[in-house]
Design a protein around this ligand. Structure first.
Ligand code: GDP
Length: 180
């Protein structure tokens, strides 16, 4: 009989300017679906998804998708408090969205769990013709700030599973196993 694998559960929060594609990334990851005309997230939404890393290891993410609108900003600490990982999203066609992402990273570094795993995600790579943010510059920033970095498209599914799998692999699984 195959041995029972372990499932590790982590709270993951998505942050970023409104309309960068946070909800679309979650929908792609959880439901493998993309909706061009989806409604904006109000407040925050919750979904769960598991990733199987190998026969004995499954990572379950409890995903909190927050609304990017400024009027909900004061609620954000409620979502990133206790989070083990965060995906900070920007839109590669909107320069302002990377500035906003950097301010979220600063806030997480100041106020979230010091061990939080943060991934920077440049979304909408299918809109390459309208690209405003250079991949190399974003990668350099991510390296300096100690972040995982991926460019994705929720629309085409490019790199979406890779993003969440890389986060799962970065989580402190052995440490948890030896404590259990
Ligand atoms: P959120 O406010 O950050 O959650 O963003 P949404 O997921 O609501 O997406 C905002 C808009 O961008 C919607 O019209 C989406 O269809 C669109 N969108 C999201 N991801 C992508 C993508 O990868 N490519 C393109 N072309 N559009 C996207």
């Amino acid at each position: 009989m195959a041995s029972q694998g372990k499932t590790y559960q982590f709270k993951l929060v998505l942050l970023g300017e409104s309309a960068v594609g946070k909800s679309s990334l979650v929908t792609r990851f959880v439901k493998d679906h993309f909706d061009e005309y989806r409604e904006s997230t109000i407040g925050a939404a919750f979904l769960a998804q598991t990733i199987t890393l190998d026969d004995s290891t499954t990572v379950k993410f409890e995903i909190w998708d927050t609304a990017g609108q400024e009027r909900y900003k004061s609620l954000a600490p409620m979502y990133y408090r206790g989070a083990s990982c965060a995906v900070v999203v920007y839109d590669i066609t909107q320069t302002s969205s990377l500035d906003k992402a950097k301010s979220w990273v600063d806030e997480l570094h100041r106020q979230a769990d010091p061990d939080i795993v943060i991934a920077l995600c440049g979304n909408k790579t299918d809109l390459e013709a309208r690209r405003a943010i250079d991949t190399k510059a974003a990668q350099e920033y991510a390296d300096e700030a100690g972040l995982l970095f991926f460019e994705t498209s929720a629309k085409t599914a490019h790199n979406v599973n890779e993003l969440f799998t890389a986060i799962a692999k970065r989580m402190p699984l052995e440490q948890l196993a030896s404590n259990s």
